[in-house]
Structure formats: structure tokens, C-alpha cells
Write a protein that binds this ligand. Structure first.
Ligand code: BDR
Ligand code: CA
Length: 307
């Protein structure tokens, strides 16, 4: 199984991604959870990461708190979607294991400096501030990265935080530009793909029918976002954006991707955070365009039920 660092802002869908990764030891050897400001302030995200690991019985996995604000732009949160706590309607037990004293940026630098070339997979499901800051301090750490699998961006689908931009990129476009240019293979899973992965009423019912503690937590989290989505978008259910990254690592055959070049609009105008995606045959930068939602959902449930 491959060595993976998850850098996230939990966050409802980040939580589902984390559970799925934890339930997949044959595919994913989770080294650490790094946390960044995004959906909610970083201290809240860190608390959530610790609670999620505790619920999964995996508190031995270290949590590193990272950047509390973007590189340049002002912080913007998404608590209007994820709820004030970031975990929707889920109420989790108070975690007992503290976060590490070392910060996420220092952890990333130290770990990647010491690692063999192309040995660690970076999964990023929040704004990319932590890894961007690490790369600014030592660009050579990129060589230790095997590949990056990132939830972010939007092309044909249009944005979710503005008509042009997806939240993770919008929240720190300068960080996104640095990370996406780090020179290692990238798979970017944006809204074009993730909006095809909805937690529909039928899927919600399946989750809700389970008495498994992880699926119960997932139901309370996603149920909250579905209520919000119901108000904003109708009744198709909310998209499970971030778990697509873990799904891609476990079962890449469920996804369709194109070789592309991507540029990020970093200036703070109307198109701030927009990703411009152009075909580029032979590139090791992949833009995911489609996925098999039914099979992917089955896989998530199967993996989470193992915890
Ligand atoms: C992304 O933004 C966040 O709110 C979600 O957790 C996901 O990472 C979707 O645009
Ligand atoms: Ca996220």
C-alpha cells in the first residue's frame, strides 16, 4: 500500500474522505493528517480531525495543524455549507489525543526532505496553503512526492463559490498556483467530476439505515449539507467532492481523465480562483472529467463499514 499524507480542512466531505482512507489499509498507509484553514477556522478543523480519528479508533495517526490563513488573500470560510462546527449535524466525542506540537508546514518539509524520491503521495482536499508554504521554503521537497491527488477547480461545470471558481482554489489561489506548478504528476479532481457524485436521497437512505457508528456520523454530516443543498440546488443531494481523491487512489478505473495544462487565475478580480483547463496530450497533469458514481458510492460504504 502506498504512503499517503492527507492535507485537509474537515469539513463534511473531508471527513468522508478520511474515513474511506482509514478503511483502506491495503491501498493507503496514512502517515499523517495535516490541517489547514478552509471550510472553518484551522483550530476547528484540527479539533475535527482529532475527533474523526478518535471515532475511527485511529488516534495513533498524528495530526499536524497548519496555516491559519491563505498566503495573500483574506480568509473566507464555508460554514454556510458545512455548519458552524464544520461537521454538519454530527456531534462527536471530545478527542483525547492532542495534535502534534510541530506545525504542518514543518512536518511536510522534514518528512519530505528525509523521504526517498517519489515515495509519498500527497492528497489535498482543502486550500493548498500548507504545501505551498512548504514548497516556498524548500522547493526541493517536491522530489519526494510520487504524485498529488487534489480536489479543486472547475471548468465546464462552472464554480461553486463564484460562477467561475471552486472553493479550494478560490480560498487560496496563490497557493494553488505554486502547488500545481511543483513539477510532480498531478491529478486534479474538480467540480466537473465531483458534481457527478451526489449523495442522492436513495444513497442517503442507505447510509441512514446503518447502525454502524461511522455511517451514523456520516449520515448526520451529509444530512446537514443536503438540507442546505436542497435550499440552494434542489433535491439531487450534495456532492461528495473530497472522497473522490481517495476513491481515485483505490480504484482509478472508476474515473475518466484527460491530459491537460491548467492555469489558475490568482488576481482578485471577478475570475479569482478560476482554473483554465486546456488539453495537453502527453502531460502528466490529469483533469478528471467523469466517474462511475454508483460503484464509487458502494466502495465508500464498504471501506467505511470496516472501521
Ligand atoms: C471543496 O470545498 C470544500 O467546501 C469541500 O470540503 C471541498 O473540499 C468543494 O468545492
Ligand atoms: Ca475540503
Amino acid at each position: 500500500s502506498r504512503r499517503v499524507i492527507i492535507d485537509c480542512d474537515p469539513g463534511v466531505d473531508d471527513s468522508i474522505a478520511l474515513f474511506t482512507a482509514l478503511g483502506s489499509p491495503e491501498d493507503i498507509d496514512l502517515m499523517a493528517v495535516c490541517v489547514v484553514a478552509g471550510n472553518v477556522p484551522v483550530t476547528t478543523c484540527t479539533h475535527n480531525a482529532r475527533s474523526l480519528l478518535a471515532l475511527a479508533g485511529r488516534s495513533e495517526i498524528p495530526v499536524y495543524e497548519g496555516c491559519d490563513r491563505p498566503l495573500i488573500v483574506e480568509p473566507e470560510f464555508a460554514d454556510h455549507i458545512h455548519g458552524e462546527t464544520g461537521l454538519g449535524d454530527a456531534v462527536l466525542a471530545e478527542p483525547t489525543v492532542p495534535a502534534q506540537n510541530l506545525g504542518a508546514v514543518d512536518y511536510l518539509i522534514g518528512t519530505l526532505e528525509a523521504a526517498a524520491p517519489a515515495s509519498i503521495t500527497m492528497v489535498i482536499t482543502g486550500p493548498m496553503t500548507n504545501f505551498a508554504t512548504a514548497l516556498q521554503r524548500n522547493p526541493a521537497i517536491a522530489t519526494a512526492v510520487k504524485e498529488l491527488v487534489i480536489m479543486g477547480g472547475a471548468s465546464a461545470a462552472g464554480g461553486n463559490i463564484t460562477p467561475h471558481a471552486e472553493f479550494n482554489i478560490y480560498a487560496d489561489p496563490d497557493a494553488a498556483r505554486i502547488v500545481l506548478a511543483c513539477g510532480r504528476p498531478v491529478t486534479l479532481i474538480g467540480l466537473d467530476a465531483t458534481l457527478q457524485f451526489r449523495c442522492t436521497p436513495a444513497r442517503m437512505e442507505r447510509l441512514g439505515a446503518s447502525s454502524h457508528r461511522i455511517l451514523k456520523a456520516a449520515t448526520a454530516m451529509i444530512g446537514h449539507v443536503n438540507k442546505i443543498y436542497g435550499e440552494i440546488y434542489g433535491d439531487e443531494g450534495s456532492a461528495l467532492h473530497d472522497p473522490c481523491t481517495i476513491g481515485y487512489l483505490i480504484a482509478p478505473d472508476l474515473f475518466e481523465a484527460q491530459e491537460v495544462a491548467v492555469t489558475v487565475q490568482t488576481y482578485t478580480g471577478e475570475t479569482r480562483g478560476q482554473t483554465v483547463v486546456k488539453p495537453s496530450p502527453g502531460s502528466d497533469f490529469r483533469w478528471v472529467t467523469g466517474l462511475r458514481a454508483g460503484t464509487l458510492f458502494d466502495l465508500l460504504i464498504e471501506r467505511m463499514e470496516r472501521l
